[in-house]
Design a protein around this ligand. Structure first.
Ligand code: FE
Length: 170
């Protein structure tokens, strides 16, 4: 007998499986407090903060033009642009809605949003992001644990509670 749309396979799920994350309003949350501030005109909306494998998936929103960051990636990044436009100083292309990007380990670049532009981009970052000065010297870093800490602090400050971040942690 063929499967029907009503067939449910829940009994087959292994008991040690982690909870899924489903965010119906990921791009435009009803509650704007979900956007974690990350500098003037910059926000990060956590989608999956994966402390067990050391990566994070988030939406980056930039609403003010300027240099967002110069950084090196010791591990790969995937990006998908949802709206707006941005570029890397080191590249000829401009990322716009619908653009996909793979940033290989070792890549160093300077993310810029030009004056008058804005953007929302989904990034899947693995490991860490190393901030660099103009000579390429590492001057700071961020990893999934920093992202968890920043979200926890923000959610507590805006009244959602420090534990709100836990729904994004796996
Ligand atoms: Fe990058």
């Amino acid at each position: 007998m063929p499967d029907t749309i009503t067939t449910r396979y829940s009994p087959l799920v292994p008991q040690d499986m982690l909870d899924e994350i489903f965010l119906k309003d990921a791009r435009e949350p009803e509650d704007a407090r979900l956007w974690v501030p990350n500098g003037p005109g910059r926000w990060s909306r956590p989608l999956c903060l994966n402390v067990s494998q050391g990566y994070w998936v988030h939406l980056v929103k930039v609403t003010v033009g300027g240099v967002v960051s110069r950084h090196r990636h010791p591990a790969p990044v995937h990006g998908f642009v949802l709206e707006g436009r941005w570029r890397y100083l080191e590249r000829d292309w401009v990322a716009t809605a619908g653009s996909y990007l793979f940033e290989p380990p070792g890549d160093v670049h300077t993310l810029v949003v030009d004056d008058g532009d804005s953007m929302i981009t989904l990034f899947h970052n693995t490991g860490a992001l190393l901030y660099c000065d103009e000579q390429g010297k590492t001057v700071g870093s961020t990893d999934v644990f920093d992202r968890v800490a920043a979200a926890r602090k923000h959610y507590e400050a805006v009244g959602l509670g420090a534990d709100y971040v836990k729904r994004f942690i796996r």
